[in-house]
Design a binder for this molecule. Structure first.
Ligand SMILES: [Zn+2]
Length: 427
């Protein structure tokens, strides 16, 4: 197939090439289709510049392609090749870790006792507000490197620990800057409605919502600092009406919607997300049967965060099986944040998807590649090994994809390719 395309990199002999290209890579997988991940044995992928130029069986591809003398050839014998992983829900910028809170929770301390001792979102916010843009980027950069080493090539990154106009904008600027300097792509989300800041609690809540709608959102939209607007819709945080109001204002300004929904109480957050045409509803541990039906009948993606359930020791996980069996589009994310899910390891989340939520290894791979790409509105560009898509690819040190979630908690990525270039490799 020599069309004058110069092949810069060729990955050959992969014991499994998992493409996620079954339906051309331009639509997410609904429900049972999440198992149709597209496996080619002894597979090969050709990269030209930043794009995937061709893929297929190694013998076929080698006979079709014109290989130049300077084409870099990677032998993936006994290894698995997949698209780069996508983490569609993270909070990667924050001041301070919360290990004290972790130990207190293990000892059975209440949320109020923890907050009084310096835990909780508001305490992280208090410290994050004091950070400069430089502080934020230098604290976050090593976490992004760790994500990349686990095979993650794109993440969604939220603000939400600033909770003032200036601090929220600084967070979004830090995300923009990190996107420019790091190999991993960051898709920015404005989460000014993560919590009511201390100075607005006890009567001033409506004023804070006005501040978000009248001041923060217009600046965020005008400077194109975020792609999405997210709201923590939960009992004691933003109720359904407040969430709807913020989201409608955000949509009016051209932002897409994500929701933290039905995490602790079933309050109809998932249904609201579907009503608003949200790109995703996230958490949904307590989603109602009506909520499952609403999400399953829509294009809103269910982004599940089993790491949070594990780390908070709740013993209850989102109903992934019901969602998939009902036809929903399911994605998985780390929810990386200092309070409830301090892990950058998306393959570990895949393991949890299997063990704690009864998803199959095929489904968890679909949930962290193509479906996750659509959960951050990047499905046209990444998430599958599709000709013409960006060459974001992981070579794993295992001979089949089932072993990625099987060896739980391990780092099995061997080579991570971003935009056609090696961005990370083991040793
Ligand atoms: Zn979150």
């Amino acid at each position: 197939m020599d069309n004058g395309i110069k092949i810069d990199t060729l990955i050959v002999n992969a014991s499994e090439l998992v493409t996620l290209d079954t339906y051309g890579g331009r639509v997410p997988f609904h429900g049972k289709k999440m198992s149709e991940i597209g496996i080619i044995e002894n597979g090969a992928v050709a990269i030209s510049g930043e794009e995937i130029a061709a893929y297929g069986g190694t013998h076929d591809l080698l006979s079709e392609l014109e290989i130049a003398g300077d084409t870099r050839i990677t032998d993936a014998k006994n290894r698995t090749v997949t698209p780069g992983l996508i983490d569609p829900h993270t909070h990667p910028i924050f001041a301070g870790t919360r290990e004290l809170e972790f130990a207190m929770r293990i000892r059975g301390k209440s949320y109020m006792e923890i907050a009084a001792a310096g835990g909780g979102i508001l305490n992280t916010a208090k410290k994050t507000r004091e950070m400069t843009l430089e502080d934020m980027t230098s604290v976050s950069a090593p976490f992004l490197d760790r994500m990349l080493s686990h095979g993650t090539t794109t993440i969604e990154a939220k603000s939400g620990y600033g909770l003032s106009t200036e601090a929220e904008l600084t967070m979004l600027l830090a995300i923009r800057y990190l996107n420019q300097i790091k190999r991993i792509d960051l898709i920015p989300t404005f989460l000014g409605a993560h919590e009511f800041p201390a100075e607005y609690r006890g009567g001033g809540e409506d004023d804070y919502i006005d501040l978000i709608i009248e001041k923060m959102l217009p600046i965020v939209a005008e400077r194109k600092l975020a792609r999405f607007c997210d709201v923590f819709c939960e009992v004691g945080v933003f109720d359904i009406e407040q969430t709807r109001k913020i989201c409608l204002a955000a949509k009016e300004l051209g932002l897409k919607i994500k929701l933290h929904a039905d995490e602790i109480e079933p309050m109809g957050g998932a249904e609201l997300g579907v009503e608003l045409g949200a790109t995703s509803v996230d958490h949904i541990v307590e989603i109602s049967p009506g909520g499952i039906a609403a999400v399953a009948g829509s294009s809103t993606i269910a982004t599940l965060l089993p790491g949070t359930s594990l780390f908070l020791g709740k013993g209850k996980f989102a109903p992934a099986r019901d969602l998939i069996d009902s036809g929903a589009i399911v994605a998985l994310a780390t929810d990386f944040n200092p309070g409830s899910s301090p892990t950058t390891n998306l393959p570990m989340i895949m393991s949890l998807g299997c063990v704690a939520m009864k998803m199959t290894p095929d489904e968890v791979l679909a949930a962290t590649t193509l479906n996750a790409a659509f959960a951050v509105s990047q499905g046209e560009k990444v998430g599958s090994i599709t000709v013409g898509k960006q060459a974001d690819i992981v070579v794993w040190d295992v001979p089949n994809h089932n072993l990625i979630p099987y060896f739980y908690g391990e780092s099995l990525s061997s080579i991570v390719i971003k935009k056609g270039k090696i961005a990370w490799r083991k040793d």
